[in-house]
Design a protein around this ligand. Sequence first.
Ligand SMILES: *Cc1c(COP(=O)(O)O)cnc(C)c1O
Length: 251
Amino acid sequence: MTVPARYETARTEDDFVRNLAAVRDRIAAAARRVDRDVAEVRLLPVSKTVPEDRLRLAVSAGMTRLGENKVQEAARKAENLADLGVEWAVIGHLQTNKAKDVAAFASEFQALDSVRIAEALDRRLQDAGRGLDVFVQVNTSDEQSKYGLAPADVPAFVKELPAFSSLRVKGLMTLAEFTPDADRVRACFRRLRTLRDHLREDAPDGLSFDELSMGMSGDYELAITEGATVVRVGQAIFGSRPTTDAHYWPR
Ligand SMILES: *Cc1c(COP(=O)(O)O)cnc(C)c1O
């Protein structure tokens, strides 16, 4: 991720409409620069720390699926906004004792990084008669502080996944290195894409690995030029967060 900018807080439905349109324009421009079809890129708005009253306006502005890093916050919002029919993507590290909650309300989980979590999710999902889209989180920056599997461990890990039939494996997710050096950020995105391309050649039966979830407010355009199919954008849509990122991934 590059240096964080300051983003105005979106407070009205019009603010959300405008911010969404601006981000979508930049997504389209980035796709055009590398001759990609913009329809291949999904924007996942990330709503962590944004309270329910503002999320109602965001949903009115057209958001249908929201990303949240922390399970408890996501579960609370899912309950309080149940009347809106929004779908929820959990994009942060999960402990096994929270798998039950994710299995109960989430449509998507982007931070799968252990067989224990896969097992715990699958058991709860089977009980509930639900399925879940999942992304395997990869640590592409070699930073000790980042969650996710080392790239070298991913091929063996994904071979375990067909055993968990309620998990629909979609692809890979990463957070790039936190640096203003665009070349180093780009290197993280390339590492994820190369890994995905290798997995495609050698994927276990039934797993497709089409998706690359990479890019946040500071680096989503770069991620798109490197092949992202999902960008997770929070602050550029909702406004700068009061909490520091150290709250979400240890440094
Ligand atoms: C918060 C978060 C994002 C979005 O970051 P912004 O800087 O708000 O765009 C993306 N991915 C994960 C895992 C996050 O927790």
